[in-house]
Structures are given as structure tokens and as C-alpha cells.
Design a protein around this ligand. Structure first.
Ligand SMILES: NC(=O)c1ccc[n+]([C@@H]2O[C@H](COP(=O)([O-])OP(=O)(O)OC[C@H]3O[C@@H](n4cnc5c(N)ncnc54)[C@H](OP(=O)(O)O)[C@@H]3O)[C@@H](O)[C@H]2O)c1
Ligand SMILES: *[C@@H]1O[C@H](CO)[C@@H](O)[C@H](O)[C@H]1NC(C)=O
Ligand SMILES: *[C@@H]1O[C@H](CO)[C@@H](O)[C@H](O)[C@H]1NC(C)=O
Length: 317
């Protein structure tokens, strides 16, 4: 059980990837400042987390079932916590969706919104009443660079993250009045099961009703670039967890936190031209006109992002 001094941190989607890493990193905090309630929708998937948590399990880490898409599951989980006390809520659970819009059913799209948007909203609604009463709390949301900038063939996933950004930007103002902080984390690509699951989906994908040109743009132009980008820019879940820990430990956390500084110019470009034309045309050119050039750029970036090289050339020390 959590002590008075410890912060109770509840995390959604801890069976793999970023959620798992955040849970383990906070539970293993040297000063034992956190009591982690690691949640997942299917407890049968607990082994990887428990193995990584080691001794921390049962001490600074507890495991609970929680499906962000189910009212009853969320209610039960929060009510099972002593005094319903959650000091930090980390909304991490999420799913991806990739492909030409014509090939995606409305049902699949709703599932993405049910998980990425309404799932996080359901969590926030469940804990905010108590946080407001206590006049303290921190809500962290795993958004994405795709919550700030649209990316071709990621239309619906991007929309779900944009929805979250708008929701939190609005709610943050009210919550601040109650001493509750909201922080968005915006990673670029991260090497997790997310990528694997999405590529598996793509491999199974059929393209009824999609014209051959679009299928070709998607399979032969977009996918290879996307794989390159993941290789060159991809971060590890540990890096994201470290960023979350920094946000938790900073006295005045920022509202937005891009975890990968290589994406800062992309977001800046959007705000530099309020007509939106610059972003749309830059992305168009990158994909359709500079395909081969992009490949070279990615190779250079890969080199630059290699940590040994970075330390020597970019870091001031
Ligand atoms: N990987 C990236 O490139 C990337 C980039 C930017 C942002 N993100 C965001 O980071 C977050 C974590 O993703 P990840 O990369 O760590 O992917 P991941 O390894 O696929 O992990 C996603 C987690 O969410 C869980 N989940 C899915 N639906 C759920 C539900 N209804 N209720 C509770 N949990 C549910 C999954 O559980 P199951 O095991 O039961 O499926 C899994 O534990 C997501 O919000 C994602 O959008 C990822
Ligand atoms: C606001 O919350 C912080 C912790 O999140 C706490 O240290 C501080 O005492 C709170 N302030 C008030 C006025 O309750
Ligand atoms: C995220 O925000 C914290 C403070 O809010 C800051 O110290 C940190 O450098 C930011 N970025 C990363 C990548 O951690």
C-alpha cells in the first residue's frame, strides 16, 4: 500500500511498450517516491511487466485490470483504490490505424476514437472529481507528434490525437484553478509493439474499393518511407519513460513536451504559416517529389541520431 509521502500513479495500457516502461521506471525510483498502479485490460498479459518489475512487484507496484473502453471496468478499478486516491493519472493506452481511408470501415475508426479519445476522457472523468476535492493532481496524456501535425494515411489516428490535444487544452484551464496540472507528451516514432501491430494489420489489409494509384502510393511510396523514418528517428520506450519522469519531477511542468527534438521544426513550420499551405505542400513534396532524396536525408539523420556521434558533435559538453 502507498504511504502518505508516496505519489499514487495510475497508468493505463501497461502490458507492453511505453506504459510498461513508465510503470517499471517509476516503481524502481531510488527514493521510492511513487506507488505505481499498473493497469492492463487483460491480466493474462502480465508476465512481461512482472518480469521487468522484479522485486518492485507487490511493493511499489500493484497490478489491476482496467479496460479504458468499459465504464464498469474503470469505475471498479478506481473504487478499489484506497480513498480513490490517484495523485497522477497517466493515460497511455492507445491503438493505431493506418491505410487508405477507403479501405477502413467506420467501425474500425470508432474503435480508435473509443480507445484513444473516449478511453482517456473516461479515465479523466473518473478521477477529476476527487482530484478537485483534494486540490491536487497531475494528468499526463500520451499524445503524439501526430496530435499536432497530420500525417498522410494516418488520418483517423491523427484525428484521435488531435481530439485529445483540443480536449486537454480546454480542460487544463479549468483544472489549473484546482491545482491540477495537465501535461501532454508528444513522441515521434517509438519502437514498441505498436509498430509491429500496425504492420501486421497492413499485411492483412485488403483494398476493396481503393483505386490502384492510391494502393501504390500507400504500399510503394508511403510504407517504405515510414519504415525508414522509424529506423532513423525511432526512440526507445525507455526514452519516453525518462521524459515522463522528468515531467513528473519538474516543479512547473510544461503543457506540451515533444520527446524528439528532430520534430520541433515540423511543428514550428505549421505555426509559421497560418494558411496551412506550407505544411501541406512540404509533406506533399517530401512524399511524392523527393522520395529518393528523403531516403538520403533519412540516412544522414540516422547517422546524426546515433548517440555517440550526437554526444561529440551537438551536446555543449
Ligand atoms: N509507438 C509509437 O510510435 C508511438 C508514437 C507516439 C505515441 N504513441 C502512443 O503511445 C501510447 C502507447 O503505445 P505503445 O507504443 O506503447 O504501443 P503498444 O506497445 O501497442 O501498447 C499499447 C498499450 O495500450 C493497451 N490498450 C489498447 N487498448 C486498450 C484498452 N481498451 N484498455 C486498456 N489498454 C488498452 C494495450 O493493451 P493490449 O496488450 O491488451 O492490447 C497495450 O498495453 C499510445 O497511446 C500510442 O498512441 C506511440
Ligand atoms: C498543489 O499541488 C501540489 C502537489 O501537486 C502540492 O504540493 C501543493 O501543496 C498544492 N497546493 C495547494 C494550494 O493545495
Ligand atoms: C519535458 O518537460 C520537462 C519539464 O516540463 C523538461 O525538463 C524536459 O526537458 C522536457 N523534454 C524532455 C525530452 O524530457
Amino acid at each position: 500500500m502507498a504511504s502518505e509521502e508516496q505519489k499514487v500513479v495510475l497508468i493505463t495500457g501497461c502490458s507492453s511498450g511505453i506504459g510498461l516502461r513508465i510503470a517499471v521506471m517509476l516503481a524502481k525510483d531510488e527514493k521510492k517516491r511513487y506507488h505505481v498502479i499498473a493497469t492492463m485490460r487483460d491480466l493474462k498479459r502480465k508476465d512481461k511487466l512482472l518480469e521487468a518489475a522484479g522485486d518492485a512487484y507487490g511493493k511499489t507496484l500493484t497490478l489491476k485490470a482496467l479496460d479504458v473502453c468499459e465504464d464498469e471496468s474503470v469505475r471498479q478499478c478506481i473504487s478499489s483504490i484506497k480513498d480513490r486516491r490517484v495523485d497522477v493519472l497517466i493515460n497511455n493506452a492507445g491503438i493505431g490505424l493506418l491505410g487508405p481511408l477507403e479501405a477502413i470501415s467506420m467501425e474500425e475508426m470508432r474503435k480508435v476514437f473509443e480507445t484513444n479519445f473516449f478511453g482517456a476522457v473516461r479515465m479523466i472523468k473518473e478521477v477529476m472529481v476527487d482530484m478537485k476535492k483534494r486540490r491536487r493532481g497531475h494528468i499526463i496524456v500520451m499524445s503524439s507528434v501526430m496530435g499536432l501535425q497530420g500525417v498522410v494515411f494516418n488520418d483517423v489516428y491523427t484525428a484521435s490525437k488531435f481530439a485529445m490535444e483540443g480536449f486537454c487544452e480546454s480542460l487544463a484551464v479549468q483544472l489549473l484553478k484546482f491545482n491540477i496540472t495537465v501535461s501532454m507528451i508528444e513522441p515521434g516514432p517509438v519502437h514498441t509493439e505498436f509498430e509491429v501491430k500496425m504492420m501486421d494489420e497492413v499485411a492483412k489489409m485488403e483494398y476493396p474499393g481503393v483505386d490502384p494509384d492510391t494502393v501504390r502510393y500507400f504500399k510503394d511510396v508511403y510504407l517504405p518511407s515510414s519504415v525508414d523514418i522509424f529506423e532513423a528517428m525511432g526512440q526507445t520506450p525507455e526514452e519516453i519513460a525518462r521524459c515522463v519522469k522528468k515531467v513528473l519531477e519538474s516543479g512547473r511542468p510544461r503543457f506540451r513536451n515533444l520527446t524528439n527534438s528532430l520534430y520541433t521544426p515540423i511543428v514550428a513550420m505549421k505555426y509559421a504559416d497560418e494558411t496551412g499551405g506550407l505544411s501541406v505542400h512540404t509533406f506533399y513534396n517530401l512524399l511524392f517529389n523527393f522520395g529518393p532524396l528523403m531516403h538520403i536525408t533519412m540516412s544522414i539523420l540516422k547517422c546524426l541520431t546515433c548517440s555517440c556521434f550526437r554526444r561529440r558533435t551537438i551536446s555543449p559538453n
